[in-house]
Design a protein around this ligand. Structure first.
Ligand code: DAH
Length: 339
């Protein structure tokens, strides 16, 4: 009997030595089995009663050896983890197990991809450009007057070390960059990040995403704009979606409009987000101002066009019922894993 207890402890020691801790799950398994308060070594000590008196000391030493082996192995693993975290700039725990799916798309990416594929079907091409902009492309070329409030330090992040450079406040800057380099016909979609000096809250953030659309050709009309936007709204929000264009003002379009979609009044949230009207604003748009075409080297007597710009966060919030814009940028896995 006692012989087999000795054998069992020896086997246990070998088992501990051979145990390989490869990730967080196996580490946790090792900890509960050999280190934690309910470890398998502890109860073995009490078996000493069954051991003949002349071998009790030997037995005690053997069980202690098992305990020590486990503790040393655990200490080595923990040291390794800590030194990895401290010594490198890469602070990820690489032993974290992959939980089922190795990664998911961010909701902003999902909605952006969807918008891009809707417009690609009608011949729009993606044209991305820089986020650090100059005054010309972000404001002046787009007919934004010197004293326009958007240029204000309160709204725009200016980069101190790069004379006159700023973080683009809208993707409209891509309009000017693209038109200066390409001849019509132009049919582009410019998705990307934009920045504004806003107080961060549930509804606004200092960084967000927009998609810009630009279409320049001979005899492009307001009817083309409306039809394009109606097509988009139906593809994005469902085939019975209704739209309306409300007159508005943007420096770079004339006439300018804002587009609402009819969201409906199905529940209390709908009432709140549509302020009881059922209508929701989705984007700004208009016919490109002839002054903008001239600024970018396109003859306004020969060509005309339309442009539109829309926010992505807002649309993703509607489609996925996301209550707070800050969720997008916090990288909380409990949020991200839902997509
Ligand atoms: N750039 C505008 C904004 O950030 C959105 C916009 C409005 C873009 C009208 C356009 C447009 O292209 O025609 O609020």
């Amino acid at each position: 009997m006692s012989q087999s207890i000795f054998e069992q402890v020896k086997k246990l020691i070998a088992e501990i030595q051979q145990f390989s801790i490869t990730d967080q799950a196996t580490a946790e398994q090792f900890r509960t089995q050999y280190i934690g308060s309910k470890n398998v070594i502890k109860p073995i000590f009490s078996l000493i009663g069954q051991v003949p008196a002349d071998r009790k000391k030997e037995f005690g030493q053997l069980v202690n050896q098992a305990k020590q082996t486990a503790e040393e192995k655990w200490a080595a693993y923990s040291d390794n983890l800590n030194s990895d975290a401290g010594s490198s700039a890469f602070h990820q725990d690489m032993t974290m197990p992959v939980m089922g799916k190795p990664g998911t798309k961010h909701p902003i990416t999902i909605v952006l991809d969807q918008i891009v594929s809707i417009f690609e079907k009608i011949g729009f091409e993606v044209a991305e450009d820089m986020e650090i902009e100059d005054d010309w492309n972000n404001f002046t070329a787009l007919n934004t007057p010197e004293d326009h409030p958007a240029r204000d330090m309160q709204d725009t992040f200016y980069l101190k070390d790069f004379a006159g450079r700023l973080l683009r406040t809208h993707t409209s800057s891509v309009q000017s960059r693209f038109m200066s380099k390409h001849k019509p016909p132009i049919r582009i979609l410019a998705p990307g990040k934009v920045y504004r000096n806003e107080t961060i809250s549930a509804r606004s953030h200092c960084q967000f995403h927009q998609v810009e659309g630009l279409y320049i050709d001979k005899s492009v009309s307001m009817a083309d704009l409306k039809q394009t936007l109606l097509y988009f709204a139906k593809e994005m929000f469902g085939s019975d979606t209704k739209i309306r264009l409300r007159p508005s003002y943007f420096p770079f379009t004339e006439p300018s409009a804002e587009m609402d979609i009819y969201w409906g009044l199905k529940d209390a949230t709908d009432h709140r987000i549509t302020k009881g009207t059922g209508w929701l604003e989705i984007l700004g748009c208009g016919m490109v101002d002839p002054a903008v075409l001239s600024n970018c080297g396109i003859n306004p007597n020969e060509y005309s066009g339309f442009a539109f710009g829309m926010g992505i966060e807002r649309q993703a919030m509607l489609l996925y019922k996301i209550p707070d814009i800050r969720y997008y940028f916090e990288n909380d896995l409990r949020f991200l894993n839902q997509f």
